[in-house]
Design a protein around this ligand. Structure first.
Ligand code: SF4
Ligand code: SF4
Length: 391
């Protein structure tokens, strides 16, 4: 099949933040210093080469793109100021935009105005909808909003996001599998194949996505090294687990409703959800706040460049967390009088939370779906290479 060459690839990439990688003369300094290069004598400069020769598809569907956590060592050794660390981050933004066929991710990454307009429109639609829903006498209310409607809209948003995410991931996975010659047979054709597949899943989801082993190791190479309380891996770890805890608290609430718990069990489950949600909220707020400070102060290579949608993503997480806490506190205030401010705050909270989930395929949030898939293929390739070496 013919290979399509895009002569404007570098110009296009620069809209997403890359430095001028035309300056790269492939000296190999970045490879020599990169802790991920292992036996790969072309990482990361191979990606700059792909951009120089205009191979868009190879660049955006490459699994190795997602293995880099932007420690910045390559940039510090580059004699041409081509900033390979920033280039890798830009290529990931570009990949998110390219794999999204709606054009929303591209608009949000390249235009602050578009990012603001899209998020405002979403906010008005969600907030306006919940404000306009008229409750019947029988319906349970949360700050004047019918409980069932919140669940229903949440469900519709989740289904929509899953459909878009699965489509985008399928495109990326298909291209990677084709290039790596991974087939259904090589994944599930024998007991050994099953074993390798499960080990690769454990590596990508357990060891890296939840345990963030290599992110921790990469941060050992950060220069300057930040104190532990604001290290990149720690604040990322707390943000991830805080978000997961908040998600779990929502599922516990939702699950107890579906099961139809009665009596004392309702109070116990509500207490568990509240404790999990509060701990998760604190962890997430801590992580996101430090991410914002680090980006504002540009403390490391990873914090040097922020696209509009990177900031939008962080602000949405932060506002969702803060409004959630204030609403939580307001539940302990005397409830004799109506609290209009709590109603407005609640509308803002649910609208931004829904929008945050809906934006998953279009913002920095998308790395939570692409990185595990890329790391899965990366682990398979590592296994295959180890097997070949042992023969
Ligand atoms: S160190 Fe700089 S000039 Fe050398 S290969 Fe890497 S990016 Fe290119
Ligand atoms: S930022 Fe670090 S991990 Fe990424 S390519 Fe450069 S040296 Fe390697």
């Amino acid at each position: 099949m013919a290979t399509l060459v895009n002569p404007n690839l570098i110009t296009d990439l620069q809209k997403f933040g890359a430095a001028d990688v035309n300056a790269c003369f492939s000296c190999g300094n970045c490879t020599a210093i990169c802790p991920l290069a292992d036996n790969d004598a072309t990482f990361p400069r191979r990606f700059i080469r792909l951009a120089q020769v205009g191979l868009t598809d190879d660049l955006v569907t490459s699994k190795e793109l997602w293995t880099c956590y932007q420690c910045g060592m390559c940039t510090s050794r580059c004699p041409q100021e081509a900033d390979p660390a920033e280039f890798m981050a830009t290529a990931r933004r570009y990949a998110i935009a390219k794999l999204d066929r709606t054009g929303i991710a591209r608009a949000m990454y390249t235009s602050p105005v578009a990012a603001a307009v899209i998020s405002l429109v979403g906010l008005v639609i969600f907030g306006g909808f919940f404000a306009s829903v008229k409750a019947t006498a029988e319906e349970r209310l949360v700050f004047g909003v019918p409980y069932e409607w919140i669940h229903l809209v949440g469900l519709v948003v989740m289904i929509l996001v899953v459909l878009i995410a699965v489509f985008n991931l399928a495109m990326m996975a298909r291209a990677t599998a084709k290039r790596d010659e991974v087939s259904a047979k090589s994944l599930f054709g024998s007991r050994k194949a099953w074993g390798n597949t499960l080990r690769a899943v454990w590596y990508s989801v357990g060891v890296e996505s939840l345990g963030q082993k290599r992110y921790r190791e990469d941060c050992e190479d950060d220069d300057p090294k930040e104190p532990l309380y604001r290290r990149r891996w720690l604040i990322h770890f707390l943000t991830v687990w805080g978000f997961l805890a908040l998600f779990a608290a929502t599922l516990i609430h939702y699950g107890s409703d579906i099961i139809g718990l009665q009596g004392a069990a309702v109070g116990v489950v509500a207490l568990v959800a509240r404790v999990v949600g509060t701990i998760g909220g604190i962890a997430m707020m801590y992580g996101v706040t430090w991410f914002m400070i680090n980006r504002k102060q540009k403390v490391s290579a990873a914090a040097q460049h922020s696209a509009p949608s990177d900031w939008l993503f962080l602000w949405m997480l932060w506002i969702t967390g803060l409004t959630g806490f204030i609403i939580e506190v307001s539940l302990y205030l005397p409830q004799d009088h109506p609290q209009p401010w709590a109603y407005v705050l609640f509308l803002v909270h649910v609208a931004i939370a829904m929008e945050l989930v809906l934006f998953l395929p279009f913002t920095k949030f998308a790395h939570v779906m692409y990185r595990p898939v890329a790391l899965f293929f990366y682990a398979l390739a590592k296994q295959r290479s180890a097997e070949l070496q042992s023969v």
